[in-house]
Design a protein. Sequence first.
Length: 271
Amino acid sequence: MVQGGVEGVRFAVWAPNARRVSVVGPFNHWDGRRHPMRFRRECGVWEIFLPGVFEGARYKFEVIGQDGELLPLKVDPYAHRAELRPANASIVEALPDPVPASDERRRANALDAPMSVYEVHLGSWRRVVEDGNRWLNWDELAGQLVPYARDLGFTHLEGLAEAARCLRCASEVCVGCTFCARTCPDYAITVERIDDPGHRAVTRYDLDLSKCCFCGLCAEQCPTGALRHTGQYELTFLDRALTSFDKHEMVRSPQGTRATGADCRGCGGST
């Protein structure tokens, strides 16, 4: 954006209880003393305009809590782009130009219009095998996923973005023991490693969230605490009808009924 004839980036973050918030990145050597933000007390937002910062710049927020404690660096929760794990800095990305809604779009989103939603995990829906099995970027998803869902009769798409935050692996402390992969009942975890005398290196850690049933066994088995559930995992895909049975259903099945992990998405186990 341009402010007062100067090109730069305006940063803002909501942190009403913080004592100080700064923007840090390579442009200031990750030094929070260089660019402290201004506090808008009426809304709890910290903001600053930085000239000379352009698209593609990495950044985080340095926060000092109410008690004066310097907290770990925070990413931007509203960033449009971020580094690929294990790096996690936010990246400055230009916003797309606003596009006026067409008459067709207005009719499709009318309150009385028919609606059929296709839920999809964007990271595992389709991969580019010939290019290192990478994920599709947004342009490729728009060109392939939209016509795919439309041809199936769906009117709307819902990305399961929260699923990416259900489990986290701190790969820098992963020792490659493969306990998590061997424990996983859905075979959702792939660990590849190099074993040398006196040294072990993890070359690949892949968690397929489209298979994961969020049972938590992998996190329990991890000896270093590298793999853990985040606060969003519980009941993520739970359908209570598949995890509870009344006495009439139990009478119909004398041996009892057992919901498998494939049916019990997110319940943390089987019933």
